[in-house]
Structures are given as C-alpha cells and as structure tokens.
Design a protein around this ligand. Sequence first.
Ligand SMILES: [Fe+2]
Length: 199
Amino acid sequence: MSELLTAEELCFFKTYGYLIKRKAADRLHTDGHPFHLGIVCLLEDNPPDAGAFKVWPGSHHRFYPLFPMQYDQARIPFYDHLPSRKGLIHPHEYMDEVANVEADTPPVDCYGDAGDIVFWHHRLGHMAGHNHASPPTIRQAVLYDFCKTDLDDLRLTAPQPHMWTDWGDDLRQADVPVSKQFAAEQRLPISLIESARSE
Ligand SMILES: [Fe+2]
C-alpha cells in the first residue's frame, strides 16, 4: 500500500494540563483540509482524561455525505475590503449533525502507551482531549495525514454512494466483522459493543 500513499502533513501536537481545575465540555470538529487517512501516535504514556486524541466513533459515516466535496471543505477567502467573512463554510446540515452526534454518541478517549497509534477516517469527528492530568503535564503526539497519490484528481468529487469507493478493491471487499471483544478493547460505546458480532 505504501506506493499508493504520500504523507503530506506531519506535525507534532501537544496538549497542556490545566493549572486551574475545570471541566470543559467535549466539542467535536472535522478537519477541512483534504487527506485520506489520519494517524495519531502517542509519544509518551498517556493516562485517561489527560489530553489524548478523542474521537466520536462512527461519526464519519454521518458527516461524509454532508459536504459538497468528499475531501475538501469549501472556504471563503479573506479580502481586506470584506473583512466580516472568511474561513471554512459549515453547511447547516453539518452543524445540525454535529449537535446530534454530540448528543447521542459518547466520545472515546484514545489514551494509551507511548507508540500506540490511532488510525482515523478524514471525516471522523474528533478533538484534542482536555488534559486534566494531576499534576499538570504536557502530552505530545505525532499527527500524520496520509493521502493516496490520486487525491489531487479526486478532490472535487462529490461524496460517493459507497464511502470507500476511492480506497481500492481490497479494502472495499474486506469482510472483517467487528467482534464484541474487539469493540470493547477499542472502548466503543456500549450500544456499538452490543451491535457487534458475537464470538
Ligand atoms: Fe482536527
């Protein structure tokens, strides 16, 4: 698969511990830049509720169809003489679904050990988890965005009826059901664990 992918975005990411204890609400977003597969790799052991990547499982199925383009997100450019509007455009359908997902899907805190990796679809709802470590700490991770080499040709295509259309025959035809044990190990919400295949 490596010859089919390029890595265009690499960055280091940190979450800082709160010096004053407070419980902020979890708020998801999806990324607006085009890529296929996101990766987060923890650079150090990261206990629960201490700033690790946080995801809303299954939300990519709900957000993927709501954008005009399946990879990019439309933006309003900035003009000096028109300063009131700029940046990403969030369709009403998308904002409504963000509220729905936040209301009906518990997020998963992707804590773990140094070297643990999260693979995530580009339309998955996510956030940098609030870092409530005590004493306050800084948690670091590497973020990496993989792009298939044909992404530039696909950027303006609309969402497809089958969301994995661009990912190749092997992946589309893969039949790897999620077992209850695997779902539990991935800390999925109880509703998704119960809907997984029995052993
Ligand atoms: Fe993001």
